[in-house]
Ligand binder design. Structure first.
Ligand SMILES: C[S@@+](CC[C@H](N)C(=O)[O-])C[C@H]1O[C@@H](n2cnc3c(N)ncnc32)[C@H](O)[C@@H]1O
Length: 324
């Protein structure tokens, strides 16, 4: 993939980025502005980039499963630079698109990125603020709400701006959260699932993509507690991004009695070699069981990382459909 990257912008060939032969609804070469406070996509390396390696394959699976008409109204909750929305417009054929993120400048830039790179038009609803709340006044409803929200809490908004890693969000939260969800640092994912009930069309679903550093059963319990029927669309792995900061943060949480796990990258490579994405979703629990003896807790992962070992984690794409 031919990508040109500067601190404030990215320019990339979108077909290889999305791993498709050609694109119809977005420009072949997209120009993406990155707001100062925005989370920065890792487009230089598709395997590290969340949209390319997780969201786009999930959108393809959903389009094949649900058909052309089923995901026309799409929302990217916590869109960052808006690449997830462009991917959905191309891969799901979305023509009603919602985007939210925390700060107005980030959302305005993301909305500009979507508009500038379209061939044709979409009805775009963009709002800044917490989760889906900025879209409430518009009354818009979605077939698919996608989120790749952060897990690790930081203390205040100023730190989110400084930090800019995928692992930061505003804390503390006042809403009641089940203990397993709070202990799993899954609060934002849970709140998104709760809010989604008011924003989904009949037959709609939420696609939560989550670094699965905790048992998969906690993810399905979270979705059930939020009133959904969960299933795994896929289950895959990634090398830990921002490993210095993120593994160190999880090691700190371990000192406070919370447990998360990682794996050596070579174990994950071997475990997933030759697997097909959708099948891996169906086999997620069995794969997790087979990997169990290789799990590293956060302190072990941190020690090995400092010795130069490559550390990774699994990734779950959880599809949640309202029970009602
Ligand atoms: C890991 S980035 C994902 C960006 C993009 N969705 C992607 O997949 O490339 C997480 C995004 O969630 C946003 N975010 C964090 N907390 C949020 C909240 N409470 N409401 C809305 N967005 C939030 C962050 O600002 C960031 O842009």
């Amino acid at each position: 993939m031919n990508a040109i990257v500067s601190s404030a912008s990215l320019s990339l060939d979108i077909a290889p980025y999305l791993d498709v032969a050609e694109v119809r609804r977005v420009r072949a070469r997209v120009d993406i502005a990155v707001a100062d406070r925005a989370w920065r996509p890792q487009v230089e390396d598709r395997s590290r980039d969340w949209v390319a390696s997780v969201a786009a394959p999930c959108f393809k699976i959903l389009r094949a499963r649900r058909g052309d008409a089923a995901c026309k109204a799409f929302c990217a909750l916590g869109t960052g630079a808006g690449l997830d929305a462009l991917a959905a417009i191309e891969l799901l054929g979305a023509d009603v698109v919602g985007v939210t993120d925390l700060f107005p400048d980030v959302v305005e830039t993301a909305a500009g990125n979507v508009r500038r790179n379209l061939v044709g038009e979409v009805a775009l609803h963009a709002g800044a603020g917490d989760l889906l709340a900025p879209l409430r006044a518009s009354g818009v409803r979605f077939d698919l709400i996608y989120e790749n929200l952060p897990n690790l809490p930081v203390a205040d908004a100023a730190q989110v701006e400084v930090d800019k890693t995928s692992a930061a969000f505003l804390a503390p939260r006042s809403e009641a959260t089940p203990k397993a969800v709070a202990d799993g640092l899954l609060t934002l994912h849970y709140l998104a699932l709760l809010q989604a009930h008011d924003f989904l069309k009949p037959g709609g679903a939420v696609l939560s993509t989550i670094g699965a550093r905790l048992p998969l059963s906690v993810l399905t319990e979270m979705a059930e507690a939020a009133g959904h029927r969960p299933s795994f669309l896929t289950y895959w792995w990634k090398a830990q991004a921002d490993a210095d900061e993120v593994i160190a943060s999880y090691a700190q949480w371990q000192k406070q009695g919370l447990f998360f796990h990682f794996y050596p990258v070579e174990v994950l490579e071997a475990a997933f070699a030759g697997l097909e994405l959708e099948q891996a979703g169906r086999d997620a629990l069995a794969i997790e069981r087979d990997l169990r003896s290789y799990q590293l807790d956060a302190a072990q992962a941190w020690r090995l990382h400092r010795q130069g070992r490559r550390i990774g984690h699994t990734v779950a794409a959880l599809l949640s459909e309202p029970k009602r």
